[in-house]
Write a protein that binds this ligand. Structure first.
Ligand code: DMJ
Length: 576
């Protein structure tokens, strides 16, 4: 019955349409005949120009499509059904770059015994994750349960490129299938935008760049679209918490502050999303943040670790290269590299390297001191101008970052030689200190935080407070060892890395599955498992170790072409 009704009502409305069209055609001719010749010419010119305009737009879109890497050509990215366009004020990027071609990268797999051992470690961790936590965020290796954080299968997404690099094809395919069938962003929960970006978005983009499998890009693009409301603030500083299902964002209930590292460590991932999809909104929100941070007052290039999302102003005067500050400095350099690494005052991105260099000078003058008795260089903190000799393990990313900066700046013909020497010297000395933070403890593992002694009469270079004795399987020191070996070619760094790997094997490996963070590195008797295997152990720590042990002749990853995001995910450098 109802279908008959529908058909007949369509018929009537079609008829009515015909009558209206006929009437309007007659009145159009009557009106046209009444016009003077001059008026008719004007109308025809206007018509002609409109047709030209429409045609040029078709051509523009056609060109855009042609620039999309070939594996997208027949699979246009589906827009999320809930997607809402964001306001035009974000759209300040006019050009239309598409600087990569994406193709499947082939990997050798392990070529020596050390690499083989790291792959075994990965498989030991993966097997247990699969058995007890498959599809959940992280494994609890002691209780054989799992912990939830994002509800997005975090360990799977974070591990994708590590498996790819290790040439673990079966595991990679299994993870890929899970992502295609099960990864669902309809999670009604507020999660941290920065953590989501570096791990989930970074993981998907990296997997796409390596494997060229479109599913990763589609998921990355869906994530990007759902995340844009987080950037819709007056100040341009994004909210820290994002609900992917509701596509809403907010500050945490107790503060309107975001952390410096969190708001600044989104750029590489969102820029990459623009380069891949041609959708300029992502790069545009990043430009706004970067410009805002650049314009704010930062004495000696050092920025306080809190920033008010409403006002877009720094809060407090705590300066650290550790928690909440670290990757602001890391991404100044990496974003400059992503934007072409031009050491040229007239380049619109020159401010990034200027800010990075100024901050390195600031770190050198205000935060770096040497210990007593051995003279190890370390990076302390400023708490309202008061120096504290405290250094988080997180700071150990810095030597690698300095070495990376050195590797670019040494190619600039007129870059001051003394500054170059200082950069490399700092990188070498800080790497040594970070290694000593492992070597000087009886377990061979570093605590989360150490305090350094600078008094003349000190007999020990550093000490640990009771609450800071744990080790979370963090990557920063092996990350720096990787850059140092790559850039200086000094094999010593590989030996350091091997010692650290052996210590992880001895004290953090759980007999019947997985690896666990531990409570106390200061005594082999009190190590005690904490029952948590962080996703970054698979995403970063094992990946950097594997790459550190690479034989020079069989290197897979050329730093000329790849940037490594703060969660060790690989993003290509445009036009290289
Ligand atoms: C990771 O998520 C990233 O490396 C981040 O930049 C800092 N913290 C962890 C690892 O320690």
């Amino acid at each position: 019955m109802s279908s008959v009704n529908t058909i007949s009502s369509q018929y009537y409305s079609l008829n009515l349409g015909t009558i209206e069209i006929k009437q309007s055609r007659q009145s159009f001719y009557r009106y046209w005949n009444r016009l003077h010749r001059f008026q008719k010419t004007l109308v025809l010119i206007a018509l002609f120009l409109s047709v030209l305009y429409v045609l040029s737009h078709i051509e523009f879109h056609h060109k855009q499509l042609k620039n999309i890497p070939s594996n997208h050509e027949h699979q246009p990215l589906a827009k999320d059904k809930n997607w809402q366009p964001i306001p035009d004020r974000f759209l300040d990027v006019k050009d239309n770059r598409r600087p990569y071609s994406v193709f499947k990268v082939s990997m050798n797999g392990p070529t020596n015994e050390r690499q083989q051992k790291v792959v075994e470690a990965f498989l030991h961790a993966w097997k247990s994750y699969k058995e007890h936590a498959w599809g959940e965020d992280e494994l609890k290796p002691i209780s054989k349960k799992f912990s939830s954080w994002f509800n997005l299968g975090l360990t799977i997404v974070d591990s994708l490129d590590t498996m790819y690099i290790m040439n673990l094809q079966d595991q990679f395919t299994e993870a890929r299938d899970w992502i295609e069938k099960k990864l669902n962003f309809d999670v009604d929960r507020y999660n941290n935008l920065f953590e989501l970006t570096i791990r989930i978005l970074g993981g998907l983009l990296s997997a796409y760049h390596l494997s060229a499998e479109t599913v990763f890009l589609e998921k990355a693009y869906e994530f990007g679209n759902r995340s844009l409301p987080a950037f819709d603030t007056k100040s341009s500083i994004p909210y820290s918490d994002l609900n992917l299902m509701r596509q809403k964002a907010k500050s945490p209930s107790w503060t309107s502050d975001s952390s410096l590292s969190e708001v600044s460590t989104l750029s590489i991932e969102y820029n990459d999303l623009t380069y891949l999809t041609g959708d300029k909104r992502f790069e545009a929100v990043i430009n706004r943040i970067s410009q805002t941070l650049h314009r704010l007052n930062k004495p000696d290039g050092l920025a306080p670790i809190f920033i008010d999302t409403n006002q877009g102003q720094f809060r407090g005067r705590t300066i650290t290269l550790g928690a909440r500050g670290d990757s602001y400095y890391e991404y100044l350099l990496k974003q400059w590299i992503q934007k072409g690494a031009k050491y040229d005052k007239s380049d619109e991105h020159f401010y990034l390297i200027q800010d990075w260099l100024e901050s390195v000078r600031g770190i050198r003058q205000k935060l770096v001191k040497k210990t007593k008795p051995s003279g190890y260089m370390f990076v302390g903190e400023l708490l309202s101008e008061t120096f504290s000799p405290k250094m988080d393990h997180l700071v150990c990313f810095l030597p690698g970052n300095l070495a990376l900066g050195y590797s670019y700046l040494r190619k600039i013909p007129d870059f001051p030689k003394d500054d170059l020497k200082d950069l490399m010297n700092m990188a070498q000395e800080l790497t040594e200190t970070c290694y000593q933070m492992y070597a000087q403890f009886p377990t061979g593992l570093s605590p989360e935080i150490v305090y350094f002694n600078t008094h003349e009469d000190s007999t020990k270079d550093f000490f640990v407070k009771d609450n800071d004795r744990h080790n979370l399987l963090r990557p920063e020191t092996v990350e720096s060892l990787y850059y140092m070996k790559k850039i200086t070619k000094d094999k010593k760094y590989e030996e350091y890395g091997w010692k650290i790997f052996e210590a992880f094997e001895k004290y953090t490996k759980v007999e019947n599955g997985g690896y666990s963070s531990i409570n106390d590195v200061t005594s082999p008797e009190r190590v005690n498992f904490r029952d948590k295997m962080e996703s970054f152990f698979l995403a970063e720590t094992l990946k950097y170790l594997y790459l550190l042990f690479e034989d020079e002749k069989s290197e897979n990853l050329d730093l000329k072409h790849w940037l490594i995001n703060t969660e060790a995910h690989l993003i290509p450098i445009p036009n290289t």
